[in-house]
Design a protein around this ligand. Structure first.
Ligand SMILES: [Zn+2]
Length: 515
């Protein structure tokens, strides 16, 4: 007898193959059989009549590294049918830090220490996590936040820490080349580390040096790293975030195709929103972040304040530009700004039309912890990229569905990216339902090397999403982001029912996945 039977659904198996009506049996956390199982019995049965039965969706780009500390529900993702997230992205991960982790900080010495501590302290999570090693963290632990190339000794130290964590099951290395200290690294350093990634058949994900005016150079740098190291390289959250490059998505994608044509393995993920979200420090000149946020704050308090402001002014030189920046998080230090634009904060709270100075004031008052939603992309470019063979990555977090538990006003992508992709596929004719499922399951699993997930077949891990292809859609909006997605009926993680009849159960079945 099986543990669980999902009866009467339309099976979309994640390979891109046409949907077909079948039952799915689950035993010991794995798929036991698929077909006409009307003669079988199980301890539990789920009715999937009129619904699609798919592999659990994989969020190709997330930052849920430590979200289990605040909330184990991961509801923002689970209600979209997401059962696995790729985390540790954009150069940042909870390991490896030089010092041992202590009781208050989650700066862990290694990937293994991180997982061990999670277990030892009895934490739980709803969604599986496949972790990458953050290059920024790796570099900072070896050589601090300095703006200089790594010495040979430092590079060797980075390589050996990376090797250790890849041996323990991390899935690759993530770069964050628009942030300190990632952007201090040379292409040579990155190529040397990519060679280690290739030894382990891992993936090198990259938040590129530029997603705007210098995006061509940025893609070339990444594809060169792929070419010279032999590693699989992956563009994180592919977008065009500057008005002067809007409309150039086809030409930019052509660079990816060109690299593929010469034998480089290049993949990408995209989120279906025309606004990004990150730290306000991304608008500061690079030199001002030599030494990280503490150094930036020091500069803003001292005689060089005006020079930093002039750097910020290249982004916020007009009311119109200041209108494109919406504060989503104040780091708990200046709640009045959350949900307001830089223009409003400047004019109404600070009484100035000098928007760059206002941004500097926000950085000071929030200790550089302010986060913003930046309305800087075009829908047209976004739709072009989504229509290529990209994965879908939210760039968001596994969060609670209860607005009272969320202090900030996060980008709605945490609650809606995967669901929004299905809605676009359906309403804009982006692709068939089989192709849409394949993109967020089989293809993404293949991309990251998750061999036991992403398709429905006997022997595979039982991560399964039962949903209504006609209604799956996000509810989260820019100003009311904490709203769970609609259209997902049942979710199974590692054989356990975690969402039933549209409501999350008490079970927390997520695990750290090891390569
Ligand atoms: Zn990023």
């Amino acid at each position: 007898m099986d543990d669980l039977l999902i009866r009467g659904g339309l099976v979309i198996d994640g390979t891109g193959k046409a949907a077909c009506r079948a039952d799915v049996a689950i035993l010991d956390g794995k798929i036991a059989a698929i077909g006409d199982l009307s003669g079988s019995s199980a301890c539990q049965t789920l009715d999937a009549e009129g619904l699609a039965v798919a592999p659990g969706f994989i969020d190709a780009h997330a930052h849920s590294d430590l979200t289990f500390l605040e909330n184990s529900s991961g509801a923002s993702k689970l209600y979209q049918g997401v059962t696995t997230e790729i985390s540790g992205n954009c150069g940042s991960s909870p390991f490896p830090w030089a010092e041992q982790s202590d009781a208050t900080s989650w700066r862990c010495a290694s990937f293994r220490d991180f997982c061990d501590r999670f277990e030892a302290e009895g934490y739980q999570m709803a969604v599986n996590q496949a972790m990458l090693v953050g290059h920024g963290t790796l570099r900072e632990s070896v050589m601090g936040s300095a703006d200089r190339p790594a010495t040979e000794e430092e590079l060797n130290r980075m390589k050996s820490l990376l090797r250790r964590d890849l041996t323990d099951g991390a899935w690759g290395l993530s770069l964050g080349l628009e942030y300190a200290p990632g952007f201090f690294a040379t292409e040579e350093e990155l190529t040397a580390l990519a060679e280690v990634v290739r030894e382990y058949d891992g993936i090198l994900t990259c938040h590129m040096r530029s997603e705007g005016l210098r995006i061509r150079e940025a893609i070339r740098e990444l594809t060169d790293i792929g070419r010279h190291s032999g590693a699989h390289v992956h563009i994180s959250h592919l977008k065009l975030d500057h008005v002067r490059v809007h409309g150039q998505a086809p030409q930019v994608w052509a660079l990816v195709e060109e690299a593929r044509g010469t034998g480089v393995r290049v993949t990408a993920d995209v989120y279906p929103y025309a606004a990004s979200c990150t730290s306000l420090t991304i608008r500061c000149p690079r030199w001002s972040l030599d030494g990280g946020n503490p150094a930036l704050l020091e500069l803003l308090r001292g005689p060089h304040r005006q020079e930093v402001i002039e750097g910020i002014r290249s982004h916020y030189f007009s009311a119109e530009r200041a209108e494109t920046c919406l504060f989503s998080d104040d780091g708990g230090l200046w709640p009045e700004i959350v949900g307001k634009t830089l223009r409003t904060v400047a004019e109404d709270l600070l009484g100035t039309t000098d928007y760059a100075s206002a941004a500097a004031e926000v950085l000071l008052r929030t200790q550089a912890k302010a986060w913003c939603i930046f309305f800087v992309m075009s829908e047209e470019d976004m739709m072009y990229f989504l229509s290529r063979d990209v994965s879908i990555g939210s760039d968001g977090w596994a969060l609670s569905g209860n607005p009272a538990e969320i202090r900030t006003r996060p980008h709605p992508r945490s609650y809606g990216a995967t669901a929004a992709f299905f809605q676009l596929a359906r309403e804009k004719g982006l692709c068939t339902i089989e192709e849409a499922v394949c993109r967020v399951t089989g293809k993404t699993a293949e991309c990251f090397g998750l061999t036991d997930r992403g398709t429905l077949a006997p022997g595979k891990a039982a991560d399964i999403t039962v949903f209504d292809p006609d209604t799956i859609a996000p509810r989260a909006t820019w100003l009311e982001p904490v709203q769970l997605a609609a259209g997902v009926r049942h979710v199974i993680v590692n054989g356990i029912i975690v969402l039933k009849d549209g409501v999350q159960t008490k079970m927390r079945a997520g695990r750290f996945l090891r390569k």
